[in-house]
Design a protein around this ligand. Structure first.
Ligand SMILES: NC(=O)c1ccc[n+]([C@@H]2O[C@H](COP(=O)([O-])OP(=O)(O)OC[C@H]3O[C@@H](n4cnc5c(N)ncnc54)[C@H](O)[C@@H]3O)[C@@H](O)[C@H]2O)c1
Length: 376
């Protein structure tokens, strides 16, 4: 089978942001079955820099880029462009792997869901945290019934990202206060996505509270430190905290699960590590004699042996090996012509609660019904 011809949208501002375009370029260059043939960036310098590195063709306009003979695109532009650029590719039956979040508004969600339904191209949300080793291990333990019935789960993205608001010359970036400032949704897919990926569930209702950004970032309007309380279609309770502003040590991938037969929590800091307690294997849980935590990773050799065996080439995309496993699944779905594991409905399930959460927080924490993308 011929290599899939990939195009990257949004090469990345090297030295300013995290440059997701570069991460995907590096990863795709080392993967069998894929070749990067075109780069589109509205900043011609960024397109040319990346194209030279990849041995690809640079484009500063979207249309000729999409007409350059592509099989798939990776959308790595600022958030407000994700939906319209994904739609433009899907309308040409080009497969789409889109950076997170999937959309910045409910209307954009409708347009994306409708374009994906009409297209012969596959859409996948690039929610890389779903592919972290820790999440895959917990997912397989849950699938094996080790936690019993899971009725409560938590996620937290706590990451001081204020340095990304300005570029090297002190001008606002798209994450800063410019006209393309981050859209109205909470950046919740890294926290909520893995929970829904494990539980195969969706959020139906959210209530959220937040603090005023002025509290820690003088002159910046809006809200930060969102606490989202959610009810799922499966009757579960979820809690997610997203804070990209507070000055403090990071933990951007904190998760916990509580089931009828077991519990799990990620590391918190210092000497801590991910931990688990399982009723079928560990001490009993009592009021005066507490059950004890046990290291989660002792289950890795049994549940995720292929993750332990993979070589350093799998680290090219960053975030551990998560991007490597994610992109492999995207390519496999295209090759088999099967729906990707995080398709448009799942991608919107991870994204839309963040949009409803802003509505809820601005109404003092009122319950807001989260739209179901399957009905859009
Ligand atoms: N999954 C993750 O772990 C993760 C981490 C960081 C960022 N992200 C997401 O990745 C995306 C890119 O983030 P980044 O840190 O690489 O940003 P960045 O600022 O480094 O790169 C964005 C690039 O897009 C270009 N651009 C701007 N508007 C464009 C348009 N309309 N069309 C084409 N190109 C355009 C810019 O010139 C720049 O080169 C964002 O959507 C962000 O939410 C995801």
């Amino acid at each position: 089978m011929a290599d899939l011809r990939f195009g990257i949208i949004g090469a990345g501002n090297v030295g300013v942001g995290t440059s997701r375009g570069d991460s995907f370029m590096g990863l795709l260059a080392g993967l069998p079955g894929a070749a990067v043939t075109a780069i589109h960036d509205i900043a011609p310098g960024n397109a040319e820099r990346a194209a030279k590195l990849a041995g690809a063709q640079p484009f500063s306009e979207l249309e000729p880029f999409l007409e350059s003979g592509l099989d798939a695109v990776v959308v790595c532009s600022p958030i407000i462009f994700h939906a319209e650029q994904s739609v433009a590719a899907l309308e040409r039956d080009i497969h789409v792997l889109s950076e997170v979040p999937a959309v910045h508004s409910t209307e954009a969600a409708r347009q994306l869901a409708s374009a994906a339904a009409r297209s012969n191209g596959h859409y996948m949300l690039a929610e890389n945290y779903c592919y972290l080793d820790e999440i895959e291990l917990v997912r397989r333990l849950a699938r094996d019934g080790r936690f019993g019935e899971v009725y409560f789960a938590e996620g937290e993205y706590v990451h001081d990202c204020r340095d990304l608001w300005v570029d090297a010359e002190g001008k606002p970036t798209w994450r800063g206060l410019g006209k393309n400032a981050v859209g109205p949704g909470v950046y919740c897919t890294h926290s909520l996505g893995p929970l829904l990926f494990i539980l195969q569930d969706r959020v139906v209702q959210v209530s959220a509270l937040a603090n005023e950004s002025n509290l820690v970032a003088e002159g910046r309007p809006g809200s930060f430190n969102f606490i989202m309380l959610m009810r799922t279609a499966g009757g579960r309770t979820l809690k997610v905290r997203v804070d990209t502003v507070s000055p403090r040590p990071h933990q951007a991938a904190y998760y916990s699960l509580q089931g009828t037969a077991g519990a799990y929590e990620s590391w918190r800091g210092l000497e801590d590590e991910p931990k688990i307690w399982l009723s079928d294997e560990h001490e009993e849980s009592h009021c005066f004699e507490s059950a004890a935590w046990h290291p989660l990773m002792t289950y890795a050799s049994r549940y995720i042996p292929e993750r332990l065996a993979v070589g350093d080439e799998a680290r090219a995309g960053g975030h551990g090996t998560s991007e490597y496993w994610m992109v492999r699944e995207f390519i496999a779905a295209i090759q088999r012509d099967e729906p990707p594991p995080i398709g448009v409905h799942e991608g919107l399930d991870y994204t839309l609660p963040g949009i409803s959460a802003v509505e809820s927080a601005s109404a003092g924490g009122e319950d807001v019904t989260v739209p179901d993308p399957r009905g859009m």
